[in-house]
Design a protein around this ligand. Structure first.
Ligand code: AMP
Ligand code: MG
Length: 351
C-alpha cells in the first residue's frame, strides 16, 4: 500500500484535503494525524473492521484498547452509559485538551475498539487538524499513538512514516506536536476518579477541579516487578524500550554527573559506545560519551517535547549502553518519569 503524506496547515486545515482524509476514514481506512500530545493512528471507532486494521498496522495486542476521539461534548452521549458529575467538570475545564476519560460504554462502541472491555476511553483533542479529521470522518475516531507497538510514540510525521509507512493509507503532517507525551487517562467508572496514566494534566490540576483523585498503584510502583495488575491494559505491556539498556541515575546534580561520567568511562574502557540523556543545563559536564540535550529544566515542557524523539535517535545511532539523568520536574515530572522509567525497565541507580 502506498502511504500518502499530506501537509496540513494547522492554522487553517485545507477543506478539500480534510474531505479526502475523512473519506478514507469513512470507507474503513487508516489515517495518522497530529494531536497536541502525540500523533495518533485513526480509524472509524464505530467500525470493528477499522479497529482491527489499527491493531494489525501497529502490531498491537488486541486486548490493549483504543481511545475514541470526539470533536464536541454532545458526541460523548451516544457512546457512554452515564456521564458522572466529575466528568462534566473535567470536560468543562480540560476539553479540548490532553485528558482522556474512561466511561461505561454503550453498544454503539464495538468490542474491537474497547479491547473487549465494557468501558471506553474518550478524549477531545486540542488540535485543529485532529478536530477537522474527526468531523470529516463521521464524528468518532479510534486512535492509539501512531507508532509500531513497543516503539516510542511519534512526535513528528516522519516518525509515523518510519514505523507505519506502507501499512496505512494516509499521514496528515502538521509539524512537531506541542506536548510530546500521551494524554492523562482518568477512570471515572469508580466512586473516586483514578489516574491510570500521568500526562500534562497533572494530579494537582485534577484535584483542583474535582476534589479527591487517586493514583493507580500500577503507576507509582514498578508494576511488572511487583506484579500489580494495572487497570489500564496498555500498562501491562513493555513500552518504549530502547535497543541499548538504559539506566537512570538520580541524586544531587554533582553526584549524578560524577556517577554518569564514571560509568561512561568504564564503558569506554570496555570498548562500549555510551550515550547520555541530559538536561541542557548539565550537558557540558559530561565527558567521553555522546550527550543528548533532552530539554531545559528551566522550561520542563521542552523535556517532554523531545524525550521520545531522543529515544528514537539513540536507537538509530546504535549505542551499547545509555544513561539518563532523572527528570522529576515540578509539573510534568510524574508523566516524564513514567515514560522514562518504562524505557529503562525501572533500572535506577540512586547516588
Ligand atoms: P495509546 O494511545 O497507544 O497510549 O493507547 C491508549 C491507551 O488507553 C492504552 O494504553 C489503554 O490501556 C488506555 N485505555 C483505552 N481504553 C481504556 C479503557 N477502557 N480502560 C482503561 N484504559 C484504557
Ligand atoms: Mg501508545
Amino acid at each position: 500500500m502506498k502511504t500518502s503524506v499530506l501537509k496540513i496547515d494547522p492554522a487553517a486545515p485545507d477543506a478539500e484535503l480534510m474531505a479526502r482524509a475523512g473519506a478514507v476514514i469513512k470507507r474503513g481506512g487508516l489515517v495518522a494525524f497530529p494531536t497536541e500530545t502525540v500523533y495518533g493512528l485513526g480509524g472509524d471507532a464505530l467500525n470493528p473492521e477499522a479497529s482491527k486494521k489499527i491493531y494489525a498496522a501497529k502490531g498491537r495486542p488486541s486486548d490493549n484498547p483504543l481511545i475514541v476521539h470526539i470533536a464536541d461534548f454532545e458526541s460523548l452521549k451516544p457512546v457512554v452509559r452515564e456521564i458522572p458529575e466529575a466528568a462534566v467538570k473535567l470536560a468543562e475545564r480540560f476539553w479540548p485538551g490532553p485528558l482522556t476519560m474512561i466511561f461505561r460504554k454503550t453498544e454503539l462502541v464495538p468490542y474491537e475498539t474497547s479491547g473487549g472491555l465494557d468501558t471506553v476511553a474518550v478524549r477531545m483533542p486540542d488540535h485543529p487538524t485532529a478536530l477537522a479529521l474527526i468531523r470529516a470522518g463521521g464524528g468518532y475516531i479510534a486512535a492509539p499513538s501512531a507508532n509500531a507497538s513497543g516503539r516510542p510514540s511519534p512526535t513528528m510525521a516522519d516518525h509515523v512514516l518510519e514505523d507505519l509507512g506502507g501499512r496505512i493509507e494516509m499521514i496528515l503532517d502538521s509539524g512537531h506536536v506541542e506536548i510530546g507525551l500521551e494524554s492523562t487517562i482518568v477512570d471515572l467508572t469508580e466512586d473516586v476518579p483514578v489516574i491510570l496514566r500521568p500526562g500534562f494534566i497533572n494530579l494537582n490540576m485534577l484535584v483542583d477541579t474535582v476534589g479527591e483523585v487517586r493514583i493507580d498503584p500500577g503507576i507509582t510502583e514498578d508494576g511488572e516487578a511487583k506484579q500489580v495488575r494495572p487497570k489500564a491494559p496498555g500498562m501491562r505491556y513493555r513500552h518504549y524500550a530502547p535497543k541499548a539498556p538504559l539506566t537512570i541515575v538520580e541524586g544531587s546534580r554533582s553526584a549524578v554527573t560524577a556517577k554518569i561520567n564514571e560509568l561512561a568511562a568504564e564503558a569506554a574502557r570496555a570498548g562500549r559506545k555510551a550515550g547520555v540523556l541530559a538536561a541542557e543545563e548539565n550537558a557540558d559536564l559530561y565527558r567521553g560519551a555522546h550527550v543528548f540535550r533532552v530539554g531545559s529544566r528551566a522550561c520542563e515542557e521542552t523535556i517532554a517535547q523531545h524525550l521520545f524523539q531522543v529515544l528514537r535517535e539513540s536507537d538509530a545511532m546504535g549505542f551499547d549502553v545509555l544513561y539518563s539523568e532523572s527528570f522529576d520536574t515540578p509539573e510534568m515530572g510524574m508523566a516524564i518519569m513514567n515514560r522514562l522509567l518504562k524505557a529503562a525497565g525501572h533500572q535506577v541507580i540512586t547516588v
